[in-house]
Design a protein around this ligand. Structure first.
Ligand SMILES: Cc1cc2nc3c(=O)[nH]c(=O)nc-3n(C[C@H](O)[C@H](O)[C@H](O)COP(=O)(O)OP(=O)(O)OC[C@H]3O[C@@H](n4cnc5c(N)ncnc54)[C@H](O)[C@@H]3O)c2cc1C
Length: 343
């Protein structure tokens, strides 16, 4: 029997497995996807680097920037400079693969099978894959925005609480600065995030209902600014974008289960930052399992960063109003907003 089964080996699942394995508990990750490039900017904020300094030391290529350019809906460009820390841009192909390797090196087992369903069996779990059924004592759902673990236990994130992104992985912009262009047409923004070998160029909106013309807006931006860019691949992806803290009234953990990362809905509704929360959740879930009380995860995440996350939800509903977006794109006000979100 598996003691701890983790469905999903993205940042949340892999880091949780690593932390469990460090404690001598040897979990099993189910994930058939590696190696793969998850659609993502791969931007790691100064706050994430402060809380998880090991990221700066990973032996994988990344970009480093100490400034961020923000273009307002009307086209005004402002620069925000980070004086104390830099931001890093990772390819998710390399970052996630390395985190999985760290977990395996410490004793985690990776089963490269997709979980097709889970069922409670007395106090245990039947974890079914395309190939066979495994019995697990504790289940951790780290299987992303469309988590089947979440769906089965507390119900899926509904469409209102999911944003939609569209974009390209491109080559030729690796020397560019990190740029965010707030959309004049919808609650969302275009991003240019250079990494060492390629650049993530995409657009996101806070709700699927705002997505009409999403691709066209990005293509016009590329045509106007980077007509020569070489497109390597294109993608569309959903991302949690929670509009009301009410959804967290349902606990994210019980006596033998925990939901973490995107499966928990833990992505900043303002910035779209999720790598930080995936790491925090991985750490806290490992602590709860090590203490043999998975249910305390729901208290741990709220104590650790719940207040700032709930503030992000309130601000997220407000920041994307067009007049306020424009107002906040003026000098210091923009800087203070970004410092508030990213530090
Ligand atoms: C377009 C886009 C851009 C983003 N940019 C940024 C950014 O620049 N910075 C930032 O901090 N955050 C960003 N985010 C958010 C960030 O990508 C996520 O919050 C983060 O990846 C969450 O990690 P996770 O491990 O919870 O989920 P994921 O990274 O989605 O990993 C889930 C894993 O579960 C696996 N899985 C799913 N279903 C199953 C199953 N049934 N069986 C087995 N395995 C399964 C998948 O293969 C995957 O490997 C972005 C998101 C998007 C969509």
């Amino acid at each position: 029997m598996i003691q701890t089964a983790i469905v999903g080996g993205g940042v949340a699942g892999a880091y949780c497995a690593y932390r469990l394995a460090e404690n001598g508990l040897h979990p099993v990750i189910f994930d058939p996807s590696h190696p793969r490039e998850k659609p993502c900017g791969g931007l790691v904020s100064p706050l994430a680097l402060k809380l998880f300094p090991f990221l700066k030391r990973l032996p994988i290529d990344h970009s480093e920037r100490d400034r961020l350019y923000v273009i307002s809906p009307s086209g005004k460009k402002e620069c925000v400079r980070f004086r104390k820390s830099k931001m890093l841009g990772f390819s998710r192909l390399e970052l996630d693969q390395y985190l999985v390797k760290m977990a395996i090196d410490r004793g985690t087992k990776l089963i490269k099978e997709r979980v097709t369903s889970i069922e409670r069996k007395n106090h245990l779990w039947n974890v079914k894959t395309q190939k066979q059924t495994y019995l697990a004592k504790t289940l951790i759902g780290a299987d992303g925005v469309n988590s089947i673990v979440r769906e089965k236990i507390i119900g899926p994130l509904d469409a209102k609480n999911k944003g939609l992104c569209f974009g390209y992985l491109v080559r030729g912009l690796e020397r560019e600065e990190i740029t965010l262009r707030l959309s004049p047409y919808r609650n969302g923004y275009i991003w240019v995030i250079p990494r060492s070998k390629n650049t993530s160029l995409g657009i996101g909106c806070s709700e699927i209902k705002f997505s009409y013309g999403l691709k066209k807006e990005l293509d016009v931006f590329i045509q106007d600014n980077f007509p020569q860019v070489e497109i390597i691949s294109k993608w569309a992806a959903l991302v949690p974008n929670v509009k009301s803290s009410k959804i967290f009234r349902a606990p994210l953990a019980g006596i033998n289960w925990i939901l973490i990362g995107d499966a928990a809905g833990h992505v900043s509704p303002i910035s779209g930052e999720g790598i930080l929360y995936a790491l925090l959740d991985g750490e806290l879930a490992a602590q709860a399992v090590a203490e043999k009380k998975p249910q305390i995860f729901d208290r741990l995440w709220k104590e650790s960063y719940g207040w700032s996350f709930f503030l992000d939800i309130i601000l997220g509903n407000w920041v994307y109003k067009k007049s306020i977006r424009e107002f906040y794109c003026k000098g210091l006000k923009l800087e203070s907003l970004i410092q508030l979100i990213m530090f």
